[in-house]
Design a protein around this ligand. Structure first.
Ligand code: F0G
Length: 445
């Protein structure tokens, strides 16, 4: 606990937090957490992460750094539900865009930051497609406990996210390369300069991200849904969700585990390729690593780079692959890939039906639709799609989808294989003339 270490000295694999529950005090029922709602003036009860402290008991209360993360909500979404092919009342969207930095990352950042603070770190770093960096930057700017150092691939981050890092005062290193390059570099830099690394290779990040599932259960009156559908990038969320459910089951706090569907973008589909096409499995902790090695050798030989409009998940080398395989085994999971066209159509439907999201988040809804069509998900099952980031994170993709400017559409989306905008809501241009404006409103409303 008092070391900065992310990988096992012997095998090089990531570390995992394992609790000795016999020496701790986990609650005897999940509803016991409801007592905390009455104590919301205590920041640790207000936080949607730390009100579940007993299930991530790695830090003493006085060391916890919270900025009020996790005030998120589960929305019953019949509009998007219809699009997915669900019966009314069966599709729910877990809206993590409500976090202080606008994405689910704050759930994990409060936990990693707490560990960093408890060991006296003064600088913290991450590689990012934009949300981890925005989250780290906000924790640094609010707490003033550390300097944020962020690594981003040049041109690979949306404006919403870049503006957060800059505004919050993070030292922003743009490197010529993509996320996968930045990830390799930040690890080297952190070990050379002794900077605390907060990417999801950090096991404490995942402890915080477990609470997304706890809040889903809380919102469903502690009932377990049938499916959790989540976008897959670096595979931190999916790994954390699997761990959460395994622990809850072990503690007797739930009686069954939901199925997990992880959705890749077609242009960044390592997990889909390895799990669904090449049969890589956790295999009770003995995965056939030659499958993974061969895949990466081929990827290197072809100089293949990730490419998707969902820049948050534009990742070819997911660092949590092994933990994610474990989660897939725990949750009897499936993996699917969706095209940028499918992602943007789903995104427009999410926005039209309630809470908007960024492209990566909509992969969950597009994936649910695909699984519904295949008959893997039943129309009457209870499905929770995780909306990982806020609509305003990536205005460029949204504007390009709704634009009337064909050149803009082609430049931003056509290059990604997007051909149509079936659910576009196009702005109406009129001259600055009262009669014309009134005519347009009468015509279109
Ligand atoms: N959705 C959003 C909005 C994200 O920002 C990310 C990851 C994911 C999904 C994928 O989650 O890694 O747990 O599978 N963003 C990282 C970042 C990589 O740097 O912000 P995952």
């Amino acid at each position: 606990m008092d070391e900065v270490r992310i990988a096992c000295k012997n095998c090089g694999e990531l570390l995992d937090v394992k609790y000795d529950w016999d020496r701790l005090a986990p609650p005897s029922s999940l509803s016991a957490f409801e007592a905390k709602w009455a104590r919301r003036t205590d920041p640790l009860c207000l936080s949607g992460v730390w009100r579940f402290h007993e299930l991530l008991p790695f830090a003493p209360p006085e060391k916890i750094v919270t900025i009020g993360e996790g005030q998120t909500l589960l929305q019953a979404a019949d509009g998007p539900g219809k699009f997915v092919g669900m019966q009314p009342g069966r599709l729910f969207l877990q809206y993590e865009g409500l976090n202080p930095s606008g994405s689910f990352k704050d759930n994990g950042m409060t936990a990693a930051f707490t560990h960093a603070h408890s060991i006296g770190a003064r600088r913290a770093a991450c590689a990012s497609t934009g949300n981890t960096s925005a989250s780290l930057a906000v924790y640094c700017s609010v707490s003033k406990l550390m300097q944020a150092v962020i690594f981003i691939g040049s041109g690979k981050i949306s404006y919403g996210k870049l503006s957060q890092a800059l505004e919050y005062g993070a030292l922003t290193i743009q490197i010529a390369g993509d996320f996968d390059d930045a990830m390799l570099r930040v690890k080297e830099v952190c070990s050379q300069l002794g900077i605390y690394l907060v990417n999801s290779v950090n096991p404490f990040r995942l402890e915080g991200q477990k609470t997304i599932m706890l809040r889903v259960l809380e919102s469903l009156g502690w009932e377990v849904p049938d499916w959790i559908v989540v976008p897959g990038g670096n595979l931190g969320n999916s790994s954390a969700f699997g761990k959460a459910f395994a622990e809850l089951k072990e503690l007797g706090l739930i009686d069954r585990i939901p199925r997990l569907a992880i959705i890749n973008a077609t242009g960044a589909n390592t997990l889909h390729e390895l799990y669904e096409k090449r049969g890589l499995r956790w295999n009770a902790g003995q995965p056939d690593e030659s499958i993974e090695r061969k895949f990466y050798d081929e990827m290197n030989a072809a100089q293949h780079r990730a490419s998707t409009i969902a820049s948050a998940i534009e990742i070819n080398r997911p660092v949590n692959l092994m933990k994610c395989l474990r989660a897939l085994e725990i949750c009897d999971g499936v993996v699917r890939e969706v095209t940028d066209q499918e992602i943007l159509d789903a995104k427009a439907q999410v926005g039209a039906g309630g809470l908007g999201c960024e492209p990566a988040s909509a992969a969950s809804v597009a994936g649910a639709k695909k699984l519904r069509k295949e008959g893997v998900i039943g129309a009457d099952e209870r499905v929770v799609c995780i909306l990982t980031g806020h609509l305003l994170k990536d205005p460029t993709a949204t504007i390009a989808y709704h634009t009337t400017d064909q050149d803009e559409f082609n430049r931003v989306l056509g290059s990604r294989g997007v051909r149509r905008a079936e659910f576009a809501n196009r702005a109406v241009s009129v001259s600055n003339d009262l009669d014309e404006i009134i005519k347009a409103i009468q015509l279109y409303s």
